[in-house]
Design a protein around this ligand. Structure first.
Ligand code: ADP
Ligand code: MG
Length: 718
């Protein structure tokens, strides 16, 4: 039978039906192709043998030569375990089995030298190895050992059912025998030449059976590059198609609203970064395509004014605009801030949230539909079906990381469905019958640019990388609970100078009750140390009615209260420039990006601001790293990098939804340089040959089609 890589794995010699079923269900391996793409997680040196007295508690794979001197059975909660004494000339350890005990006892010989291979654990004063791979030393020596034995991804079930690493290795060998190790090249000759990449067959051989460390590295590089290249290619093509297919509402002019605001009411000079971003947005809005842009900017970098000015562009072209924020407090704050400008400009602006009264709601709905209302600010309430715009031209989402992809797509459908007014709009209407508004999503949770590009491949990205002038960097310190008196003294001094203070408590869904108690205890203790009437204290938390929250918030904003005790509801966006101290209680319980967000609530005025991270004495290593990072830097991007290192990319915003990180071999964080180069080459390839028709690009086109056909690529992309 002739073999091609789409041959079902069942046909591979040594696999058979039951193994095939397991490979499919456990590892998603259906074909030869899938198996060849099962890349080892790591490699271990099988030429190195350890002595028992050299073992360390590192949980690494090791091999040890020794003799079994006896067995015993140990009863445990469920069933029993079989334990063997394993001994070399330096010491004794244990081999342990939880299953297959009869077979072990019948087949293993005592007092004969074996090579035991596996992970060592430290358990009640002894090293042990559970379910070791065992081979008689004389057998073992007949095989040639490589200094780099691949260790393949596995699952508990696979190893339970006897598909050990050794077995995978064997069937991999069989695959290379049957295919003669010849595989179709998947990258173009110019790219191979330029980057001096090894060819596909050589790369695959060396990833599974490395001939040398050098070849292994070359193989890894080439395969990582290839993986990232095709993802980038896919993303860029998707973006290009989007731009061609999704026509946008044409905002032809910059008009009165924008110009009047810019010339007469803009309260400060824009930073260069703000100007650049506005230009990028302007270019998008003026093009024939729908804008889909992510605006990243650190806390306090001035995104709101960019949002307002973008909305003015929409109004100048007779479209409506909306701005959605994740919390009521933030919506109100946006509304209050923007309302002043709108009054001067004679613009109708309203706010819609969960707590908007029904009568008011009705008025808003009506004036939205007849077009009188020009700007609507609000929470998720904006997404309700009843909220219909006459002609929504621009939808802005603030603090995008709080929303999901689904919500973004709901906004799309708020676009105009009314009879088109110009031929452009006719074109713009797509099959679904609505014209999507331009979309701008804003976030203060910075993620490294390349990662953002990979995760939000369908979004264009703008970055405000500059803070408004005159900001003093916030001073951040870490203090233990026992220093509380000093901290309180410091607060008193700041209040004396006329400043205001936030005290923030954690709010974690699972332990809401506990958190609430912590908050109330804290509030009481602060009330005791800062008694009325000299001090006034606001309190805001999630269980309060919106009206009460708003009332307390307003008292703080107006300066009637000096201290704001709150949960993380104030985390996003809140802007009170006179507040200069942020105390974060139980800071060890917060993630880095949250700490950074919270700290961003101060440092908004001209005064020196402070962030004090309060913790108990016991801290995990990760907590320590987080606190040290916060103390060391104010730079959101640096913090994001640190966060990425601590948590891995899986937890970052958006990455779960997009699934972009299910990579086979590349690591989007560690292989950042390769990612950049892959993106560069993908871009360049498409720029020079946008439909991949050049002869040298046939191989890319074929691979791309193949990947799309077998849906591999789509796994990466939402
Ligand atoms: P964020 O990007 O975190 O949403 P904001 O838009 O709330 O930041 O801006 C933070 C503060 O900085 C606001 O008080 C705003 O008025 C002010 N601001 C924004 N841009 C500038 C600028 N170019 N010069 C001076 N102050 C600015
Ligand atoms: Mg903001």
């Amino acid at each position: 039978m002739s073999v091609n890589l789409q041959t079902p794995i069942d046909y591979l010699k040594g696999v058979g039906p039951s193994r095939a079923t397991l490979l499919k269900s456990e590892l998603g391996i259906y074909t030869y192709q899938d198996l060849i793409n099962l890349f080892p997680n790591r490699y271990i040196d099988r030429t190195r043998y350890y002595k028992i007295n050299e073992l360390q508690q590192t949980n690494a794979d090791v091999q040890i030569i020794g003799k079994i001197t006896g067995f015993k059975e140990v009863a445990q909660k469920r069933g029993k375990r079989l334990v063997a004494n394993f001994q070399d000339d330096t010491g004794v350890m244990e081999l342990v089995w939880f299953r297959g005990q009869k077979w072990i006892r019948d087949n293993l010989k005592t007092n004969k030298p074996y090579v035991a291979f596996g992970k060592v654990n430290w358990f009640s004063g002894k090293f042990n190895m559970a379910h070791p791979e065992l081979e008689l030393q004389e057998e073992h020596e007949k095989n040639i050992r490589s200094a780099m034995q691949p260790i393949y991804p596995s699952t508990e079930k696979l190893s339970n059912k006897g598909i050990t690493n050794k077995v995978v290795n064997k069937i991999m060998q069989q695959l290379f025998i049957e295919t003669k190790g010849r595989f179709v090249e998947t990258l173009s000759q110019p790219i191979l030449n330029e980057l001096k990449l090894i060819n596909k067959s050589e790369a695959l051989f060396n990833i599974h059976f490395p001939k040398s460390t050098e070849l292994l590295h070359k193989a890894q590089f080439r395969l990582k590059f290839e993986e990232l290249f095709y993802i980038q290619l896919q993303l860029i093509i998707k973006n290009l198609i989007h731009k061609k297919k999704i026509k946008g509402l044409p905002f032809e002019k910059v008009g009165n609203y924008f110009n009047t605001f810019f010339n007469e009411y803009l309260p400060f000079n824009l930073t260069n970064a703000q100007k650049r971003v506005l230009k990028e947005i302007r270019a998008d809005l003026g093009s024939q395509a729908q804008m889909n842009r992510l605006l990243q900017g650190d806390v306090g970098s001035g995104k709101t004014i960019v949002a307002l000015m973008s909305m003015l562009m929409a109004l100048d072209n007779d479209y409506q605009a909306c701005l959605m924020a994740p919390t009521e407090i933030l919506s109100v704050q946006h509304y209050n801030g923007l309302q002043e400008y709108c009054k001067k400009l004679n613009i109708n602006i309203e706010i819609l949230t969960g707590s908007t009264k029904t009568s008011k709601r009705r008025i808003i709905h009506e004036s939205l539909e007849n077009g009188e209302l020009q700007i609507l600010i609000g929470t998720h309430a904006l997404l309700e079906d009843k909220v219909k715009f006459k002609n929504l031209g621009l939808a802005i989402v603030d603090e995008q990381h709080r929303f999901g992809v689904a919500q973004r797509s709901k906004l799309w459908k708020k676009g105009p469905t009314s009879p088109p007014q110009s031929s452009h709009e006719e074109e713009a209407k797509n099959e679904v019958g609505y014209i999507p508004p331009h979309i701008l999503v804003m976030t203060a949770t910075p993620i490294p640019r390349t990662l953002a590009m990979s995760v939000y491949g369908d979004l264009d990205i703008s970055i405000i990388d500059e803070l408004p002038p005159g900001r003093k960097p916030i001073k951040t310190v870490h203090r233990y609970d026992k220093n509380r008196l000093n901290v309180f003294r410091f607060i008193r001094d700041e209040i004396k100078k006329g400043r205001q203070v936030y005290v923030v408590y954690p709010l974690i869904q699972e332990s809401e009750k506990m958190d609430y108690k912590d908050l109330m205890d804290g509030y009481e203790s602060i009330s005791r140390d800062f008694p009325m009437p000299e001090y006034q204290i606001s309190i805001v938390h999630g269980q309060m009615k919106p009206d009460d929250k708003e009332y307390e918030m307003q008292r703080f904003i107006k300066g009637e209260t000096q201290i704001m005790v709150a949960t993380t509801v104030i985390e996003v966006g809140v802007n009170v420039p006179n507040a200069s101290v942020m105390i974060i209680e139980s800071a060890e319980r917060f993630g880095l990006s949250q700490l950074h967000q919270l700290r961003g609530r101060v440092g908004r005025g001209a005064e020196q601001s402070y962030c004090i991270l309060m913790t108990g004495h016991k801290l995990s290593n990760d907590s320590k790293t987080r606190l040290e990072t916060m103390v060391r830097t104010n730079d959101g991007f640096e913090i994001a990098e640190a966060d990425l290192k601590l948590r891995g990319p899986g937890d970052l915003m958006g990455t779960q939804q997009s699934g972009v990180l299910n990579l086979r071999i590349a690591d989007i964080v560690k292989d950042n340089a390769i990612l950049n180069s892959a993106r560069y080459y993908a871009k360049q390839t498409l720029q020079n040959d946008n439909n991949l028709s050049a002869p040298e690009n046939q191989v890319i086109l074929n691979t791309y089609k193949q990947l799309a056909k077998f849906k591999n690529i789509w796994n990466y992309i939402s």
